[in-house]
Every structure is written in C-alpha cells, then in structure tokens.
Design a protein around this ligand. Structure first.
Ligand SMILES: Nc1ncnc2c1ncn2[C@@H]1O[C@H](COP(=O)(O)OP(=O)(O)OP(=O)(O)O)[C@@H](O)[C@H]1O
Ligand SMILES: [Mg+2]
Length: 256
C-alpha cells in the first residue's frame, strides 16, 4: 500500500508523521520505505540519511528519465537502509528544484508511479513525504499513491485549504489515478484544553471529512525526537504522543 502525506499548508506535520508512522510500521516487522520528495529533506535528515547519498537520492532517480544513461539503475538501487531494522528511505535532494521544469515539460509525471510499481512487491508499506506545495513532485506522488493522508494543525486556515485539496484529489482521481482515496485527516498538534481545535474538527466531520479518531497532541517530545534523529517509537515508546501514533498506524493497518 502506497500512502502519500500531503497538505499544501506548511508545518502541519507531514514529515513528522511520515517518519514516525513508517518507523512504527517497521518496528512491527513490516518492510517499509519512505520516499522524501521535499527539497527541505526533513524526513531524510530525521533519519540521518543525507550523508553518503550523493548518487542515491530521489533526484538521481528522476534524473535518469531526462539524461542519457547506458545503464539505467533500477529504483531498488536507490533505497537505502536506515539505522532501524525494516526501515528504508530514498532520500530527498535540493536538486529537485532545478530539475522540476524540465521534468514537467518532458511529461515525466508518471515516472514516480513506474518506479513505485517496481518496488511495491518488495515493501509492505511505502510512505511518501511531500513539500507544502502542489508541485510536479507532489502531483507525481498523488498519481502514484493508493491513499492520501492529510495532516492538519487544527487552525482555521488548515480547514480552508482542505476544500481545494479535496477538489484537486477528485480531479487527479478522474484524470490519472482512479485508485486514489483520501484515507483520512490527521488532527496534529491538537490542544485538548482549547475550544477552537475541537470546534474545527466537529465542523470538518459535519461536512463529511473523515477525521481519524485519534488526535495527536502537541508535545515537545516531537521536537526532541527530530533533534535526536530518533523516531518516537525508539526514543520514547511509552510516551502518549508515541501511543497516539501507534493507534493511528493500527487504524491504517486494519484498513489495509
Ligand atoms: N505533535 C507535535 N507536537 C509538537 N511539535 C510538532 C508536532 N508535530 C509537528 N511538530 C513540529 O512542527 C514543526 C513542523 O512539523 P513538520 O516538519 O513535520 O511539518 P511539515 O508539514 O512536514 O512541514 P513542511 O510543510 O515545512 O514540510 C516541526 O518543528 C515539528 O517538530
Ligand atoms: Mg515536511
């Protein structure tokens, strides 16, 4: 199952959730791959996967489709092991920016889907982290994925962006990928003591959005986990934040 975490809004938890859900999947024994499609490379940095990755980033994989290669390397050659058992990553790269217009003008929008088709049989779970923009790469991801998870930070701007996102996903489903479904909205940085987040979630549910039943609270543990370059399941397996993420993963797992 290929999942993309996407929201045009920045800082809502796409990278944090990609890495932590993937790390939980891996810790439960599932072979899991992360694809980092963001030039910020936050999920790659989180997993300490930026060293020694000169030739093995997602940009190198895309570059093969626009430059001549006598021997094209298969997508599996770009998957790197991480420090955690069962967890692999194709790291991000800042070079994605300079390649974007050429990839776009040469109609390479299905290249990621082709690459993932070849990897699908090797992994139980594939999670794709995206940039906070509907650019060539996030569109490629939405075309390649089976499910889209949408993290929100429970503020009013987040809600406004959801309507256009829902419409865009319907368009992609119709034009490119009839398998694509919005699996759910993940309420992140939820503050149970304030009224607004609860109100926003209730309104979203009333409008028919599937907000996953477990909300992820705001906790400094998340930042500590980034700093330590250790996913929460390894840094703080018993922490409330970790347990919420496990519950979300289990929700996805049973939805397989
Ligand atoms: N539940 C949480 N509690 C506390 N801090 C959080 C939580 N989730 C995310 N953060 C923090 O919020 C910031 C943004 O998170 P993250 O980078 O995962 O979002 P993003 O959607 O990937 O951002 P971007 O759009 O820039 O790629 C980070 O500093 C992260 O540590
Ligand atoms: Mg990010």
């Amino acid at each position: 199952m290929i999942r993309v975490l996407f929201n045009k809004k920045g800082g809502v938890g796409k990278s944090s959730l990609t890495v932590n859900l993937a790390a939980i999947a891996a810790s439960f024994g599932h072979k899991t791959l992360i694809i980092d499609l963001d030039t910020q490379c936050n999920s790659s940095a989180y997993l300490n996967a930026l060293q020694n990755s000169e030739q093995d980033t997602i940009a190198d994989l895309f570059a093969q489709s626009i430059t001549f290669h006598i021997h094209r390397r298969p997508a599996k050659d770009f998957c790197q092991a991480t420090a955690h058992e069962n967890l692999f990553i194709i790291p991000g790269s800042t070079r994605l920016t300079e390649m974007e217009s050429e990839l776009h003008s040469r109609h390479k929008i299905y290249k990621l889907r082709e690459a993932l088709e070849s990897l699908k049989k090797d992994y139980d779970y594939i999670f794709i982290d995206t940039a906070p923009a509907l650019n060539f790469y996030s569109l490629s991801a939405l075309i390649a994925a089976d499910r889209c998870l949408i993290p929100i930070d429970c503020d009013d701007f987040a809600r406004q962006g959801l309507y256009s996102l829902q419409q865009k996903i319907a368009e992609i489903r119709e034009d490119h990928n009839d398998a694509l479904a919005i699996e759910g909205i993940i309420a992140n940085q939820f503050l149970g003591t304030a009224n607004l987040p609860k109100q926003i979630i209730e309104e979203l549910k009333a409008e028919g959005f599937n907000v996953l039943p477990e909300y992820i609270s705001q906790s400094v543990k998340m930042r500590e986990s980034h700093q330590a370059k250790q996913p929460l399941i390894h840094l703080a397996p018993k922490h409330k934040l970790t347990q919420s993420l496990v519950t979300i993963f289990q929700h996805l797992d049973t939805a397989e």
